[in-house]
Structure formats: C-alpha cells, structure tokens
Design a protein. Sequence first.
Length: 384
Amino acid sequence: MISHSQQTVTFKDARAEVFSFTGEGPVKEYHVMFHVTNPLLNFHEQLSALDAAHEQLCREHLDEAHTVFQRYFVSDAANQADEITSAAIECSDNAISVVQQAPLDGTKVAMWCYMMTDVLPCASESGLYAVEHGAFRHLWSGGSHLDAPTSEAQTSLLLNQYVMQLFQEGCSLADNCVRTWFFVNDIDNHYGGVVKARNDIFYIQNLNEDTHYIASTGIGGRGAHPHTLTLFDNYAIAGLQRRQVKYLYASDHLNRTSEYGVSFERGTTVDYADRRHIFISGTASIDNHGQILHRGDVVSQTRRMWENVEALLKEADATFEDIGQMIVYLRDSGDFEVVRQLYAERFLHKPVAFVRAAVCRPGWLIEMECMGVKKISRPDMPQF
C-alpha cells in the first residue's frame, strides 16, 4: 500500500497542493499549500477564495480532516492581519499564525495547513491549541507576541510564557517541544536580540550543546503592529518519550549551530510505531565550517541548500519523496522566477510556498524549511 501521495486540486480562484499520508493507525495526515490563482482580486476576495477552497477540500477530498495548524503568508500585515484573526476568533479551534512574508507569485495571501483525521482540535486552558489521540496530546501555538522595548526582551518574555504554558500541560521545553519558529521584524537589526534571549532561556532550561536544542527557523517577518519585533510559533507533544526523538546533524555538510553562537538543531525526527515525523530547520547554502557558499549566486545557493537538506534527510533514512511541505524564503524578490523554475523541474505537485523574507545572514539569498512523514515499522514505539 502506498503510504503517501501528492496532488494538485483546483478551485474557483485558488488551488491546493496536497500531500497525504496514511499509516497503520487510524489517523491520516495532510500538508496543504493553498494559493490564489487570480491576483487581480482584492485582499478580501483572495482570502475568501482560500478559505472557500480550504472548506471544500476538507469536505470533498480529505475524509473530513480537521485543521490542526494554519499559517497565512500575507503581503501587508498592518492592513490584512485583523481580518484573518477576527474571523478566526469566531470560528476556529486550531492554532493560526499570520506573518507578513509576501507570496512571491504576485498575490496578497497564501496559506499552509496541517490537517489530521480522527481528532478534534480545541483551545486548552494553557493558551495552546491541542489535539489528542492515543497516548499523545499535540500542542500548537501561532502568532504569539508580547510588548517590550527590544527584540531580546520580547523573545525572553515569549519563551518564559511558553515554558509556563508547557508546565500547565505537564510538559517542559527540553522534553516536549520539537519545533519553533521566530519571525523577526527587521531581522538585520533585531536578530541578535532574539538569539541572545533564546540562548539564555535555553541554558536555564537545560538546552545546550551537550544535551540538545530544538529544530527551529529564525527568519524575517512581521506582524500587524510595527512595535512587534518577534512573532513566535511552536509545536510540542505531551506524552513524548525521549527514545522517540533523534537529532540530525549531517556533519559532513553542516556544522553545529552552537559553533557560531546560535541554539537550534539542524533537524529532528520523532518515531511512532508506523511513521516517522521529520522536521528540517531553516537551511541555507552553508558548509561544515559555517561558511556561506556561492555568494551572489542564487542558483548555486539553491542547489547547495538542497544538498544540505538531502544530507539531513539521509540521516533520517528519508528522501525528498517523504517531505510533505516546503517553505522557501527569498531575500530578493527578483530571484523568484529562476528559483520557481528550479523547483518546478524537481518537485512536481509538492506543497511549496515561496515568500519574501530576509534570511538571518545578508549573504544568504535563499533558505528553506520542510516537514515530512515516512512510513516505518517500529513495534517498540508507541502508536501515533
């Protein structure tokens, strides 16, 4: 039996790139990228087209799957985010993230959704959003932000708040969090503060180069308000056992992030009895000494980036075939067409979003992250 498939489904003024996974257990998983196909529509019309496509896809194609997490990529958060969040408050029980990272296809909004069958998402008293099945409680949050004068102070407050939320769920940052995202407003000026706060909080929480870090992306992006310097998304699993988790290094291609003062894992896998979840952090054109490769050449940087991701996937006994979604960040929108063509030649029907976002080092022209799931047989592991 084929465990995963890819397809593109078209709707009125929208299309959905769909990755589906079926394991031995009852829960099916989907990653979907929704794109607007008519850029002449205004924002409200584009958003309505995506939301209608989302509803129709779930109803007609995905076994009535429930959305667990969704992220909207918008072109102008100051004027667009409120419409999304106000609608979400009325009708959504899942985590939602809204970040200004303009879709590079000329539209105003795109959306990534992670969906599951046989679950019912709900808001938890901790402020996180939860889905339960078997022995696990999956905890998501999107778009967290807190007021403070600097990116360091905002990030510190966000992480301390998250530690307390996890504590309410009977979890800890070190034992249960498997993925984080930090979206940094004006990243060239504010990323250093995010790094310092993360390093400090992680050290207190027993996350260091001798224990482990967390798969993560730190990338340019902004929210609705200009004083918000850090937006924070996260994913943790209550009930997770240490033996389920493995960290990916690909040391022949990449160096440890701690060597240049930051604290995240290049990749992480989580094993269940019938499937392996794969989380690849933001990855760019870098060598195993931490040096930027192919400065000024986006084509060569793209190919080296793919090579690095492939090396991480190999450690997970996986390939790009097992990847369910890709988010590609470009510093210069002028590089979009050549990069889009490169991806089109290699990744037919793969759910992918191309967005405008400054990477944390100016020399990097492109970065990508991805998530996937691979069929395995590990009867010694708990069932998903």
